[in-house]
Ligand binder design. Structure first.
Ligand code: SIN
Length: 281
């Protein structure tokens, strides 16, 4: 296995591995270690079928079924992240900086995307390292977030904070909206620790974090704005130009990610699987 870093703070390309072949314990340990170090890894030319992709996902943890987003009809663990060429001027799934489903009591630990049909030059995905974000936080912000709980709600799926209809994604991804249960506040530490490496990461979410425990939304808003600006800086990010056959694996707790929406008129299809871990600590 050869590992080449993509940027200074996060992301790596892993070469010399074909994941269709059976995975021995050494390969699994090496992949886990690469992900723990780089937080996002890409393996080119994998062209996995869905059962291969699920086996790879299970190297990292048990498969997780996500609420609110309709999975493939034949497999509750697989989401088709699809925008058809005819879907013009609509939002895309994941088209804002976020980590996945942080409004759950136990948000996904990580996700896997495989590229089936991708535009030639656009439709990139970006990730930002939240360990680098935490490490480089100015002292005043670090003081505010350390040992503080942040409050998350499932805004796009609930009632109270529902986005306007014109901000919603296209028809190719079906979501359940208007569920009052998604408005229930969930409390997570604003700074979390990787249980194995001990690395600390900022854990606030531009889509789902509404306020800090002990503060109102209005008091929290300027702090959250400053944190989001800091947490999505280009210097702590990496950007992937997709190729058909790519497999990308990322840590959903140590990163934020962002799907660009610059490919109207072109079809883009990736399959996504997700694994479970322990609640963020
Ligand atoms: C997501 O999982 O948020 C979507 C990522 C992408 O489509 O690039």
């Amino acid at each position: 296995m050869q590992i080449t870093k993509l940027t200074g703070f996060m992301g790596a390309e892993v070469r010399g591995v074909q994941l269709r072949a059976p995975h021995g314990p050494d390969l699994k340990a090496d992949l886990r270690s690469a992900l723990r170090t780089h937080h996002m890894i890409v393996l080119r030319d994998q062209n996995l079928d869905l059962s291969d992709q699920k086996r790879v996902t299970e190297i990292f943890g048990p498969l997780m079924q996500l609420p609110y987003v309709q999975p493939r009809a034949d497999d509750p663990h697989v989401i088709a992240v699809l925008k058809e060429a005819r879907e013009i001027n609509v939002g895309v799934f994941g088209g804002d900086w976020h980590s996945d489903f942080s409004f759950l009591a136990n948000p996904p630990a990580g996700s896997v995307l495989s590229a089936v049909d991708v535009p030639a030059v656009d439709g990139d995905t970006l990730w930002a390292s939240q360990t680098a974000a935490y490490d480089s936080l100015p002292a005043d912000l670090k003081g505010i977030v350390t040992d503080r709980m942040a409050v998350h709600v499932g805004a796009p799926y609930g009632v109270k904070h529902a986005p306007p209809p014109d901000a919603r994604s296209g028809a190719s991804i079906q979501m359940t909206r208007g569920d009052p249960k998604a408005d229930v506040e969930q409390f997570h530490p604003a700074v979390i620790t990787d249980p194995v490496s001990g690395a600390r990461a900022l854990f606030v979410n531009p889509i789902y974090t509404t306020r800090f425990d002990g503060m109102s939304a209005a008091e929290s808003a300027p702090i959250l704005r400053a944190l989001y600006q800091h947490a999505t800086r280009p210097d702590i990010s990496c950007r992937l130009k997709w190729q058909v056959g790519d497999l990308v694996i990322w840590d959903n707790r140590m990163t934020l990610h962002y799907a660009t929406n610059d490919y109207d008129g072109t079809r883009r299809l990736l399959y996504r699987t997700t694994w479970q871990g322990q609640p963020p600590q």
